[in-house]
Design a protein around this ligand. Structure first.
Ligand code: CA
Length: 196
């Protein structure tokens, strides 16, 4: 998509982003999943519900905790029906986000980062995929090639949205993922995750 291409160029122009962290990464400061809209379904449940290909079923009558659904793990392609086998992955992992600029945020904003329900920020994946990625950044982990386009878009727009920096190698990785299907290796792919 041209907008993605434009955005990649803009990203290059943005440069390195904020300076290096002046404090160590502390996962605890990001908190955990919350129920921001007060409907008893926390961020994990909200992601499982919206990503399921069929209406989910719940554990208990209060419909707070998802039990079953049908998910195609976007990173691996594996089809999963038990919610217990799913984890919620933050596409730009917490520690990498910290190093890229989130170290500047207070605890409340860090919690907002972890609970950001913008499409593409969080993905429900099988627990084995979650373990395989192990919260590694894009230079060290990539999903199946069929998901390169949406993964690169997710990564890119999360960094834009949260004003996070990237190094040149990372930007080149993103570019290569985005042009994978162009025989000339020039035209970026189209992702539905591109903001309007
Ligand atoms: Ca909720």
């Amino acid at each position: 998509m041209r907008r993605l291409a434009f955005a990649v160029v803009a990203f290059l122009l943005l440069g390195q982003g904020p300076p290096d962290p002046n404090e160590p990464f502390d996962r605890g400061r990001f908190g955990g999943f919350i129920d921001e809209d007060g409907d008893c379904q926390d961020t994990r449940a909200e992601v499982l519900i919206r990503q399921s290909e069929i209406p989910v079923t719940f554990r208990g009558q209060d419909e707070c905790v998802v039990q079953r659904g049908r998910w195609t793990d976007p990173y691996s392609g594996q089809v999963v029906t038990a919610a217990a086998a799913m984890e919620i992955d933050v596409v730009v992992p917490l520690e990498h986000s910290h190093e890229s600029g989130n170290w500047r945020l207070g605890n409340r904003e860090k919690g907002e980062y972890l609970n950001d329900l913008t499409p593409g920020h969080l993905w429900a994946v099988h627990v084995s995929t979650f373990t395989a990625k192990n919260e590694r950044p894009i230079k060290q982990y990539k999903p199946r090639t069929e998901f390169y386009c949406d993964y690169a878009a997710s990564w890119f727009f999360a960094k834009m949205r949260w004003d996070l920096g990237s190094d040149p190698n990372e930007i080149e990785e993103l570019r290569l993922m985005a042009v994978l299907n162009d025989p000339n290796g020039v035209e970026p792919c189209v992702s539905d995750l591109t903001p309007d």
